[in-house]
Design a protein around this ligand. Structure first.
Ligand code: SAH
Length: 216
């Protein structure tokens, strides 16, 4: 008699395909890929969209906001060049997916969202999934100074310029990844590195993010 194999975890196949696609598009960082292979993204998208949970495109999460495209999350996360236990600020919690990936990688994660309903839903989902993420309702443009400096800062909403408070809260040698540009216009994804108190910028390409509101 043949023994039947145990049921695979739900969504493990589409999640594997998502990770394969990201790797083929050029993100090879194993810490990032392993984390994205583990985080149950389907628990963070609206229930009506479950079949697209692992498709490589952004998706509405209500309040005119989106969960970012998986490839872009991978690109931004690997560009932070993190080591386990680094302290990371995630601006624009949204669904909580970026924060979950960072937590899964073993980072100390602080995340800020300005829309109360999204903040509450994400905080609860992250807790239910067992991630120890510090969630706060507030204006991410101002950062979260009480826990600064951060080894990494990742911003998922585009301001018209790099917020001064975020530069101040970046550790010496720290990295920030942030889209900058016009509302609903062309935006550039920048990697910002703090060296000897000065910042150096590297262009990571063109992107389209929701606007960062409440600029200082
Ligand atoms: N990282 C999220 C992406 C969400 S989209 C994810 O993985 O799902 C960007 C989010 O930034 C939105 O939820 C939006 O409400 C939020 N946002 C925009 N401006 C903000 C601000 N000034 N402070 C905090 N959050 C902001």
């Amino acid at each position: 008699m043949t023994q039947s194999s145990p049921n695979p975890a739900p969504y493990s196949e589409p999640r594997e395909r998502m990770v394969d696609l990201i790797r083929r598009r050029g993100v090879k960082d194993s810490l990032v890929l392993e984390a994205m292979r583990s985080v149950p993204r389907h628990k963070l998208v609206p229930s009506g969209q479950l079949e697209y949970a692992y498709a490589d495109h952004p998706m509405p999460i209500g309040h005119r906001q989106t969960i970012s495209q998986p490839y872009i999350v991978a690109l931004m996360t690997k560009s932070l060049e993190l080591s386990t236990w680094d302290r990371v600020l995630d601006v624009g919690t949204g669904s909580g997916y970026q924060a979950a990936v960072l937590a899964e990688m073993g980072m100390e994660v602080y995340t800020i969202e300005r829309i109360p309903e999204l903040h509450e839903t994400a905080a609860k989902a992250l807790e239910d999934m067992g991630y120890d993420v510090h969630c706060r309702l507030g204006n991410g443009y101002e950062g979260w100074p009480e826990h600064a400096p951060y080894d990494g800062i990742v911003v998922a909403a585009a301001p018209s310029q790099i917020p001064e408070p975020l530069i101040d809260q970046l550790a010496e040698g720290g990295r920030m990844v942030i889209p900058v540009g016009r509302v609903h216009g062309y935006q550039t994804l920048w990697k910002v590195i703090k060296e000897n108190g000065e910042i150096r910028k590297v262009d990571l390409g063109g992107v389209a993010f929701v606007p960062c509101v409440d600029e200082g």
